[in-house]
Design a protein around this ligand. Sequence first.
Ligand code: C5P
Length: 404
Amino acid sequence: MLEKKRILLIVSGGIAAVKVPDLIRRLRERGASVRCIVTKGGAQFVTPLSLAALSGEPVYQDLFSLKDESEMGHIRLSREADIILVAPATADIMAKMVAGMADDLATTALLATDKPVMIAPSMNVMMWTHPATQSNLQILKDRRVEVVGPGAGDLACGEVGDGRMAEVLDIVGALTQFFQKREHKGGLVGVRALVTSGPTHEPIDPVRYISNRSSGKQGHAIAASLAELGAHVTLVTGPTHEPVPNGVQVVHIETAAQMMNACRTALPTDVVVCAAAVADWAVDGANGSKIKKSGGKMPALKLTENPDILASLSQPGPQRPGLVIGFAAETDNLLENARAKRAAKKCDWIVANDVSIGTGTFGGDSNTVHLVTAEGVEEWPTLSKRAVAERLAARISAHIQRHR
Ligand code: C5P
């Protein structure tokens, strides 16, 4: 994804600038070219000479340098890039970007550009959480500036908290996703997609139900990512706290049986992603009125198996969507079980994720998955659920384009 991409890297004055040489190395390893602008502050932490040596390009520092201007004006510098990455981005440079200041080469290039901009903020936790920085961050996001990190941890100032620049590989990952998304933009126009998400609630009586810990974050993010690429998306979701993504048609259900009906109604579609954690069992003959305690005598719940929506949608036939994707949330023998599930349910791909205690997958914001297809198993790095969704949507788009 980063092959032949031209990155203008602005290094501002934070201690995390010491990670920039590694960042340049990683970007170049992936085929990107990197040209650096370093601010006066940045040059206090990393020498322009090492940036030049690692990038294999001159390093630009001075707005008024005749030499630089004769070789490469600041306007050209900012336009001859595919993206401008500010790493580290200090509170100061973020504030200047918001205000539209242009008092050095870095800020002038940022103001003069018509290219996408990504920032990797890095600062002390109090500076990061200060309302001024948070409001600047929001303004930059509203202007479609991409933001990667910061993470939490030990800070150079000795304090602990949010403000550490994102790890080098996370910045590389964010750039990769950015280009991936752009490449596939519009790739799903005209494609109909169905996504299931969230848990189901299987009533025991009017006030109680059987359910699970699914948050719906992953399924909702997949619906959003498919819609962003232009797909017409129907999201069938159980009860969750997740907001309905923009541009997605939503059907709210409670039980597995209702989810099955809603999915059938949404057919025909080209793609189905079953990300819902459908309860395996419903209570047979759920009570119409609230079950009362009766002197230590336990009520017996008789369970009946729910319909398997994924398996049912995967059945060969004229209504079968071209690409059916299921999830395998496992606590043991992840890949073995995922492969077996793919075969048993007759779906095309399985996204396998480890949901053992400690992985934080259920309800958490990140996910470590493997994609199991007929061709084999792909191991994906730990990504945010949003990033997993974007990557999956990009894979779906590439697959559909290949089979059009
Ligand atoms: O069999 P298991 O629940 O582990 O399979 C998980 C996959 O099957 C997920 O994609 C889930 O959405 C789907 N599924 C379904 N209907 C069910 C049970 C699971 O669609 N009743």
